[in-house]
Design a protein around this ligand. Structure first.
Ligand SMILES: *Cc1c(COP(=O)(O)O)cnc(C)c1O
Length: 392
Protein backbone atom coordinates (compact mmCIF):
# COMPACT_ATOMS: atom_id res chain seq x y z
CA UNK A 1 0.00 0.00 0.00
CA UNK A 2 1.25 3.51 -0.84
CA UNK A 3 0.44 6.55 1.31
CA UNK A 4 0.53 10.29 0.82
CA UNK A 5 -1.16 13.34 2.32
CA UNK A 6 -3.96 15.24 0.63
CA UNK A 7 -5.06 18.66 1.83
CA UNK A 8 -8.73 18.40 2.79
CA UNK A 9 -9.29 21.99 1.63
CA UNK A 10 -7.34 22.53 -1.61
CA UNK A 11 -6.54 18.96 -2.63
CA UNK A 12 -2.77 19.47 -2.93
CA UNK A 13 -0.84 16.25 -2.40
CA UNK A 14 2.23 15.93 -0.20
CA UNK A 15 4.68 13.25 0.71
CA UNK A 16 4.29 11.81 4.23
CA UNK A 17 6.99 13.79 6.01
CA UNK A 18 7.73 13.92 9.74
CA UNK A 19 7.33 17.64 10.24
CA UNK A 20 4.46 18.35 7.92
CA UNK A 21 1.28 18.96 9.89
CA UNK A 22 -1.09 21.21 7.93
CA UNK A 23 -1.17 22.24 4.29
CA UNK A 24 1.22 25.21 4.33
CA UNK A 25 -0.87 27.18 1.84
CA UNK A 26 -4.23 26.71 3.52
CA UNK A 27 -2.89 27.14 7.06
CA UNK A 28 -1.23 30.46 6.29
CA UNK A 29 -4.33 32.56 6.88
CA UNK A 30 -5.55 30.63 9.93
CA UNK A 31 -7.92 32.67 12.09
CA UNK A 32 -7.64 32.00 15.82
CA UNK A 33 -11.40 31.78 16.21
CA UNK A 34 -11.90 29.28 13.43
CA UNK A 35 -11.37 25.51 13.10
CA UNK A 36 -8.11 24.43 11.48
CA UNK A 37 -7.75 24.98 7.74
CA UNK A 38 -5.58 22.72 5.65
CA UNK A 39 -6.00 19.49 7.64
CA UNK A 40 -4.07 16.78 5.85
CA UNK A 41 -5.74 13.48 5.25
CA UNK A 42 -3.78 10.31 4.56
CA UNK A 43 -4.67 8.87 1.16
CA UNK A 44 -3.93 5.27 0.32
CA UNK A 45 -3.34 3.57 -2.97
CA UNK A 46 -3.29 -0.15 -3.50
CA UNK A 47 -5.50 -3.16 -3.10
CA UNK A 48 -6.46 -5.48 -0.28
CA UNK A 49 -8.91 -8.33 -0.02
CA UNK A 50 -11.74 -8.82 2.50
CA UNK A 51 -9.30 -10.54 4.84
CA UNK A 52 -6.95 -7.55 5.27
CA UNK A 53 -5.25 -6.87 8.61
CA UNK A 54 -5.83 -3.45 10.16
CA UNK A 55 -2.08 -2.78 9.99
CA UNK A 56 -2.23 -3.23 6.22
CA UNK A 57 -4.14 0.04 6.04
CA UNK A 58 -1.97 2.15 8.35
CA UNK A 59 0.87 4.37 7.11
CA UNK A 60 3.43 3.18 9.68
CA UNK A 61 4.83 -0.36 9.64
CA UNK A 62 3.74 -2.74 12.36
CA UNK A 63 7.26 -3.17 13.80
CA UNK A 64 7.21 0.41 15.17
CA UNK A 65 4.06 -0.06 17.25
CA UNK A 66 4.50 -0.66 20.98
CA UNK A 67 2.90 -3.95 21.87
CA UNK A 68 0.00 -2.82 24.07
CA UNK A 69 -3.73 -3.45 24.13
CA UNK A 70 -5.14 -0.67 21.94
CA UNK A 71 -8.00 -1.07 19.50
CA UNK A 72 -9.50 -4.43 18.57
CA UNK A 73 -12.15 -3.35 21.05
CA UNK A 74 -15.19 -5.50 21.76
CA UNK A 75 -18.50 -4.92 20.03
CA UNK A 76 -21.38 -6.34 21.96
CA UNK A 77 -25.15 -6.30 22.18
CA UNK A 78 -26.55 -4.91 25.44
CA UNK A 79 -29.39 -7.41 25.93
CA UNK A 80 -31.46 -5.49 28.40
CA UNK A 81 -31.37 -2.25 26.40
CA UNK A 82 -32.16 -4.15 23.20
CA UNK A 83 -35.25 -5.58 24.81
CA UNK A 84 -36.28 -2.42 26.61
CA UNK A 85 -36.11 -0.20 23.52
CA UNK A 86 -36.96 -2.93 21.00
CA UNK A 87 -33.86 -2.46 18.93
CA UNK A 88 -32.63 -6.04 18.49
CA UNK A 89 -29.57 -4.93 16.53
CA UNK A 90 -28.27 -2.28 18.90
CA UNK A 91 -24.54 -2.55 19.65
CA UNK A 92 -21.99 -0.84 21.82
CA UNK A 93 -18.46 -0.45 20.47
CA UNK A 94 -16.74 -0.51 23.81
CA UNK A 95 -13.50 1.48 23.76
CA UNK A 96 -13.29 1.79 27.54
CA UNK A 97 -10.88 -1.15 27.73
CA UNK A 98 -8.03 0.43 25.79
CA UNK A 99 -4.70 0.79 27.60
CA UNK A 100 -5.60 4.12 29.21
CA UNK A 101 -9.38 3.74 29.18
CA UNK A 102 -10.33 5.84 26.19
CA UNK A 103 -10.69 5.90 22.43
CA UNK A 104 -7.78 8.37 22.22
CA UNK A 105 -5.30 5.48 22.40
CA UNK A 106 -6.10 4.72 18.76
CA UNK A 107 -4.52 8.02 17.72
CA UNK A 108 -1.75 7.92 20.32
CA UNK A 109 -0.43 4.54 19.27
CA UNK A 110 -0.12 5.59 15.63
CA UNK A 111 1.60 8.85 16.64
CA UNK A 112 3.93 6.89 18.92
CA UNK A 113 4.82 4.46 16.12
CA UNK A 114 5.40 7.36 13.74
CA UNK A 115 7.65 9.08 16.29
CA UNK A 116 9.65 5.90 16.72
CA UNK A 117 10.01 5.44 12.98
CA UNK A 118 11.33 8.97 12.49
CA UNK A 119 13.44 9.12 15.65
CA UNK A 120 11.45 11.58 17.78
CA UNK A 121 11.92 11.06 21.51
CA UNK A 122 9.65 13.93 22.57
CA UNK A 123 5.92 14.27 22.04
CA UNK A 124 3.86 17.25 23.19
CA UNK A 125 0.13 17.87 23.09
CA UNK A 126 -2.86 19.71 24.46
CA UNK A 127 -5.85 17.84 25.74
CA UNK A 128 -9.10 18.15 27.64
CA UNK A 129 -7.75 15.17 29.60
CA UNK A 130 -8.02 11.89 27.74
CA UNK A 131 -5.61 12.60 24.91
CA UNK A 132 -3.04 13.59 27.53
CA UNK A 133 -3.47 10.53 29.70
CA UNK A 134 -3.55 8.44 26.54
CA UNK A 135 -0.37 9.81 24.98
CA UNK A 136 1.31 9.69 28.39
CA UNK A 137 0.44 6.01 28.81
CA UNK A 138 1.30 4.96 25.29
CA UNK A 139 4.51 7.03 25.44
CA UNK A 140 5.40 5.31 28.70
CA UNK A 141 5.00 1.94 27.02
CA UNK A 142 7.16 3.03 24.08
CA UNK A 143 9.82 4.83 26.13
CA UNK A 144 8.99 8.32 24.81
CA UNK A 145 8.96 11.60 26.73
CA UNK A 146 5.54 13.21 26.77
CA UNK A 147 4.66 16.79 27.70
CA UNK A 148 0.99 17.67 28.17
CA UNK A 149 -0.98 20.90 28.44
CA UNK A 150 -4.33 20.71 30.19
CA UNK A 151 -7.15 23.12 31.01
CA UNK A 152 -7.31 23.96 34.67
CA UNK A 153 -10.72 22.26 34.96
CA UNK A 154 -9.36 18.82 33.99
CA UNK A 155 -10.99 15.95 35.95
CA UNK A 156 -8.67 14.61 38.64
CA UNK A 157 -8.45 11.05 37.41
CA UNK A 158 -7.15 12.16 34.03
CA UNK A 159 -4.37 14.33 35.45
CA UNK A 160 -3.48 11.58 37.91
CA UNK A 161 -3.16 9.15 35.01
CA UNK A 162 -0.88 11.51 33.09
CA UNK A 163 1.28 11.98 36.20
CA UNK A 164 1.35 8.28 37.00
CA UNK A 165 2.59 7.57 33.49
CA UNK A 166 5.48 9.94 34.14
CA UNK A 167 4.64 12.68 31.65
CA UNK A 168 5.40 16.35 32.25
CA UNK A 169 2.13 18.02 33.06
CA UNK A 170 1.28 21.71 32.67
CA UNK A 171 -2.08 23.14 33.66
CA UNK A 172 -2.89 26.35 31.79
CA UNK A 173 -4.71 29.34 33.20
CA UNK A 174 -7.74 28.85 30.95
CA UNK A 175 -9.58 26.39 28.75
CA UNK A 176 -8.58 23.59 26.40
CA UNK A 177 -8.36 26.10 23.56
CA UNK A 178 -5.59 27.98 25.39
CA UNK A 179 -3.80 24.71 26.15
CA UNK A 180 -3.92 23.97 22.43
CA UNK A 181 -2.17 27.25 21.58
CA UNK A 182 0.44 26.76 24.30
CA UNK A 183 1.31 23.26 23.16
CA UNK A 184 1.85 24.45 19.59
CA UNK A 185 4.12 27.23 20.79
CA UNK A 186 5.97 24.79 23.02
CA UNK A 187 6.60 22.43 20.09
CA UNK A 188 7.78 25.30 17.90
CA UNK A 189 10.30 26.32 20.55
CA UNK A 190 11.31 22.91 21.75
CA UNK A 191 11.14 20.66 18.69
CA UNK A 192 9.87 17.10 18.95
CA UNK A 193 6.59 15.83 17.59
CA UNK A 194 3.25 17.49 18.33
CA UNK A 195 0.20 15.25 18.72
CA UNK A 196 -2.48 17.91 18.84
CA UNK A 197 -5.79 16.59 17.64
CA UNK A 198 -6.55 17.26 13.96
CA UNK A 199 -3.30 19.25 13.63
CA UNK A 200 -1.26 16.06 13.48
CA UNK A 201 -2.73 14.15 10.50
CA UNK A 202 -2.10 10.82 12.20
CA UNK A 203 -4.71 11.54 14.85
CA UNK A 204 -7.60 11.25 12.38
CA UNK A 205 -5.83 8.38 10.66
CA UNK A 206 -5.38 6.45 13.92
CA UNK A 207 -9.02 6.92 14.83
CA UNK A 208 -10.18 5.39 11.57
CA UNK A 209 -9.32 1.92 12.90
CA UNK A 210 -12.65 1.81 14.72
CA UNK A 211 -14.51 1.74 11.40
CA UNK A 212 -12.24 -0.95 9.99
CA UNK A 213 -12.99 -3.05 13.06
CA UNK A 214 -16.73 -2.48 12.74
CA UNK A 215 -16.50 -3.69 9.15
CA UNK A 216 -14.94 -6.88 10.50
CA UNK A 217 -17.23 -7.37 13.46
CA UNK A 218 -20.64 -6.78 11.91
CA UNK A 219 -22.42 -8.95 9.38
CA UNK A 220 -23.01 -5.89 7.18
CA UNK A 221 -22.13 -2.20 7.04
CA UNK A 222 -23.78 -0.55 10.05
CA UNK A 223 -26.80 1.63 9.30
CA UNK A 224 -26.16 4.24 11.97
CA UNK A 225 -23.32 5.15 14.30
CA UNK A 226 -23.65 7.55 17.22
CA UNK A 227 -20.43 9.45 17.82
CA UNK A 228 -19.79 12.02 20.57
CA UNK A 229 -18.18 15.13 19.10
CA UNK A 230 -16.04 17.88 20.59
CA UNK A 231 -13.21 18.74 18.21
CA UNK A 232 -14.83 16.47 15.62
CA UNK A 233 -11.67 14.44 15.20
CA UNK A 234 -13.26 11.11 16.14
CA UNK A 235 -16.04 11.98 13.72
CA UNK A 236 -13.51 12.64 10.96
CA UNK A 237 -11.72 9.40 11.86
CA UNK A 238 -14.92 7.33 11.73
CA UNK A 239 -15.64 8.74 8.29
CA UNK A 240 -12.05 8.19 7.17
CA UNK A 241 -12.20 4.48 7.93
CA UNK A 242 -15.38 4.01 5.93
CA UNK A 243 -14.02 6.20 3.12
CA UNK A 244 -11.00 3.88 2.88
CA UNK A 245 -13.32 0.88 2.76
CA UNK A 246 -15.38 2.53 0.02
CA UNK A 247 -12.23 3.42 -1.94
CA UNK A 248 -11.00 -0.16 -1.65
CA UNK A 249 -14.35 -1.44 -2.91
CA UNK A 250 -14.98 -3.38 0.30
CA UNK A 251 -18.25 -1.61 1.14
CA UNK A 252 -20.84 0.09 -1.02
CA UNK A 253 -22.61 2.45 1.37
CA UNK A 254 -21.62 5.00 3.97
CA UNK A 255 -23.35 4.54 7.34
CA UNK A 256 -25.40 7.43 8.70
CA UNK A 257 -23.21 9.07 11.29
CA UNK A 258 -24.91 10.94 14.13
CA UNK A 259 -22.66 13.57 15.67
CA UNK A 260 -23.74 14.13 19.26
CA UNK A 261 -22.71 17.33 21.01
CA UNK A 262 -23.43 18.87 24.38
CA UNK A 263 -26.00 21.66 24.14
CA UNK A 264 -23.52 24.20 25.47
CA UNK A 265 -20.56 22.98 23.47
CA UNK A 266 -22.22 22.66 20.12
CA UNK A 267 -20.11 24.52 17.56
CA UNK A 268 -20.39 21.76 14.96
CA UNK A 269 -24.15 21.47 15.38
CA UNK A 270 -24.53 25.24 15.05
CA UNK A 271 -22.31 25.36 11.98
CA UNK A 272 -24.28 22.49 10.47
CA UNK A 273 -27.28 24.83 10.46
CA UNK A 274 -25.61 28.18 9.82
CA UNK A 275 -22.61 27.19 7.71
CA UNK A 276 -20.15 29.11 9.89
CA UNK A 277 -18.25 28.74 13.14
CA UNK A 278 -18.23 31.27 15.94
CA UNK A 279 -16.38 31.16 19.25
CA UNK A 280 -18.72 30.66 22.20
CA UNK A 281 -17.13 29.44 25.43
CA UNK A 282 -18.10 25.81 26.02
CA UNK A 283 -19.83 24.83 29.22
CA UNK A 284 -20.59 21.19 29.86
CA UNK A 285 -19.73 18.61 32.46
CA UNK A 286 -18.87 16.26 29.60
CA UNK A 287 -15.31 17.59 29.69
CA UNK A 288 -14.06 15.48 26.79
CA UNK A 289 -16.41 17.26 24.40
CA UNK A 290 -16.03 20.74 25.91
CA UNK A 291 -14.48 22.73 23.08
CA UNK A 292 -14.98 26.37 22.09
CA UNK A 293 -13.74 26.11 18.51
CA UNK A 294 -13.63 22.52 17.21
CA UNK A 295 -10.22 21.88 15.69
CA UNK A 296 -11.55 19.43 13.11
CA UNK A 297 -14.78 21.40 12.68
CA UNK A 298 -14.50 22.32 9.00
CA UNK A 299 -13.33 18.87 8.07
CA UNK A 300 -16.01 17.09 10.10
CA UNK A 301 -18.72 19.38 8.75
CA UNK A 302 -17.68 18.62 5.17
CA UNK A 303 -18.01 14.90 5.81
CA UNK A 304 -21.36 15.30 7.54
CA UNK A 305 -22.72 17.27 4.57
CA UNK A 306 -21.25 15.03 1.93
CA UNK A 307 -22.48 11.79 3.48
CA UNK A 308 -25.81 13.03 4.88
CA UNK A 309 -24.76 12.77 8.49
CA UNK A 310 -26.94 14.12 11.29
CA UNK A 311 -26.20 16.27 14.28
CA UNK A 312 -27.87 16.26 17.66
CA UNK A 313 -27.37 18.16 20.87
CA UNK A 314 -28.10 16.86 24.34
CA UNK A 315 -28.25 18.71 27.65
CA UNK A 316 -26.01 17.90 30.59
CA UNK A 317 -29.06 16.55 32.38
CA UNK A 318 -29.79 14.20 29.48
CA UNK A 319 -26.15 13.11 29.48
CA UNK A 320 -26.13 12.34 33.20
CA UNK A 321 -29.43 10.45 32.96
CA UNK A 322 -28.19 8.52 29.93
CA UNK A 323 -24.99 7.67 31.77
CA UNK A 324 -26.81 6.03 34.68
CA UNK A 325 -29.27 4.35 32.34
CA UNK A 326 -26.45 2.89 30.26
CA UNK A 327 -24.59 1.68 33.35
CA UNK A 328 -27.65 0.05 34.89
CA UNK A 329 -28.98 -1.22 31.57
CA UNK A 330 -25.82 -2.80 30.27
CA UNK A 331 -23.00 -2.95 32.81
CA UNK A 332 -21.04 -0.44 30.76
CA UNK A 333 -20.01 2.56 32.84
CA UNK A 334 -19.09 5.35 30.44
CA UNK A 335 -17.76 8.82 31.11
CA UNK A 336 -20.19 11.67 30.35
CA UNK A 337 -18.83 12.42 26.84
CA UNK A 338 -19.21 8.77 25.91
CA UNK A 339 -22.67 8.56 27.48
CA UNK A 340 -23.61 11.48 25.22
CA UNK A 341 -23.65 8.99 22.33
CA UNK A 342 -26.33 7.01 24.17
CA UNK A 343 -28.20 10.21 25.06
CA UNK A 344 -28.19 11.02 21.34
CA UNK A 345 -29.60 7.60 20.54
CA UNK A 346 -32.36 8.07 23.13
CA UNK A 347 -33.26 11.36 21.49
CA UNK A 348 -33.20 10.06 17.93
CA UNK A 349 -34.69 6.63 18.47
CA UNK A 350 -38.28 7.47 17.55
CA UNK A 351 -37.10 8.19 14.00
CA UNK A 352 -34.91 5.10 13.63
CA UNK A 353 -35.75 1.85 11.88
CA UNK A 354 -36.11 -0.80 14.60
CA UNK A 355 -34.38 -3.48 12.57
CA UNK A 356 -31.41 -1.26 11.77
CA UNK A 357 -27.90 -2.11 12.85
CA UNK A 358 -27.04 0.71 15.23
CA UNK A 359 -23.72 1.28 16.92
CA UNK A 360 -23.06 3.49 19.94
CA UNK A 361 -19.43 4.52 20.11
CA UNK A 362 -18.51 4.37 23.79
CA UNK A 363 -15.31 6.36 23.92
CA UNK A 364 -14.21 6.49 27.55
CA UNK A 365 -14.58 4.82 30.93
CA UNK A 366 -16.81 6.23 33.65
CA UNK A 367 -14.05 5.84 36.21
CA UNK A 368 -12.24 8.75 34.58
CA UNK A 369 -14.65 11.29 36.02
CA UNK A 370 -16.27 10.15 39.21
CA UNK A 371 -17.38 13.64 40.25
CA UNK A 372 -19.67 14.01 37.25
CA UNK A 373 -20.99 10.47 37.62
CA UNK A 374 -21.91 11.25 41.22
CA UNK A 375 -24.55 13.65 39.90
CA UNK A 376 -26.49 10.75 38.43
CA UNK A 377 -26.70 8.69 41.62
CA UNK A 378 -27.32 9.30 45.28
CA UNK A 379 -24.81 8.04 47.77
CA UNK A 380 -26.44 6.73 50.97
CA UNK A 381 -25.93 9.24 53.74
CA UNK A 382 -26.68 6.96 56.65
CA UNK A 383 -24.60 4.01 57.65
CA UNK A 384 -26.37 0.96 59.01
CA UNK A 385 -25.49 -0.88 62.16
CA UNK A 386 -27.46 -4.03 61.49
CA UNK A 387 -29.09 -5.82 58.55
CA UNK A 388 -32.45 -5.69 60.35
CA UNK A 389 -32.62 -1.98 59.67
CA UNK A 390 -32.97 -2.63 55.93
CA UNK A 391 -34.94 -5.89 55.96
CA UNK A 392 -37.47 -4.86 58.59
C1 LIG B 1 -11.93 13.17 22.90
C2 LIG B 1 -13.16 12.48 23.28
C3 LIG B 1 -14.36 12.67 22.59
C4 LIG B 1 -14.53 13.64 21.46
O1 LIG B 1 -13.63 13.50 20.40
P1 LIG B 1 -13.37 14.72 19.43
O2 LIG B 1 -12.39 14.22 18.47
O3 LIG B 1 -12.85 15.83 20.28
O4 LIG B 1 -14.67 15.09 18.81
C5 LIG B 1 -15.46 11.93 22.98
N1 LIG B 1 -15.40 11.09 24.04
C6 LIG B 1 -14.28 10.90 24.73
C7 LIG B 1 -14.28 9.97 25.88
C8 LIG B 1 -13.11 11.58 24.38
O5 LIG B 1 -12.01 11.41 25.11
Amino acid sequence: MQYHYVCSDCGTEYELKPNLMLCPDCARSQDRDQPLSGILEVALEGEVGQGFAIHDLLPVEKEYFPSIPVGASPLWGPEKLRTEFEFPNLYVKDDTGNLTGSFKDRASILVSAFARKYGFMDIALASTGNAASSMAGVGAAAGQRVTVFLPKSVPRAKIVQALQYGSRVHKVEGSYDLAYEFSLEYSRRNGGLNRNTAYNPLTIEGKKTVSLELFRQLPKTPDSIFVPAGDGCILSGVYKGFKDLLALGLIQTMPTVYAVQAEKSSAIARAFQSGSFERIPAETLADSIAVDVPKSGLHALKQLKKYQGRVLTVSDREIIEAQARLSAGSGLFAEPAAAAAFAGFLKARAGLDREAQIVLLITGSGLKDIDSALEGVSVPEKTISSVEEITG
